[in-house]
Design a protein around this ligand. Sequence first.
Ligand code: 5GP
Ligand code: ZN
Length: 114
Amino acid sequence: MPDCLFCKIIAGDIPASLLYEDERLVVLADINPQAPTHVLIIPRRHIATLNDLGPGDDALVGEMTRRAAAVVREHGLDSRGYRTVFNCNADAGQTVFHIHMHVLAGRRLAWPPG
Ligand code: 5GP
Ligand code: ZN
């Protein structure tokens, strides 16, 4: 998608250091971290919002979730705990319309969220 920030990063048009990549996913450190560990699990394929997922994407979302757990485990924070978040559309504050799972760890996280 030409005007998509994450598509540009994935294509290498905007430089970024990837923490992990495979055929379907990339992992980036969030540029504006909200916790000591704040990474984004991003599918290579452009999907604008959670509302655009189809039944064929179930495995992809499963891989994103398992990658989140793996990243937190690599940071040694899995037993302390962490939060995964997908923001969808305006009320949730989605700003980049290419789905991504936020993974937040390394501090006590408030509930309910703001
Ligand atoms: P959203 O608000 O759509 O759920 O999350 C978008 C996230 O992308 C935000 O947490 C924001 O800090 C992050 N972000 C925006 N631009 C960039 C960028 O150029 N590089 C990286 N690594 N993260 C970005
Ligand atoms: Zn995109």
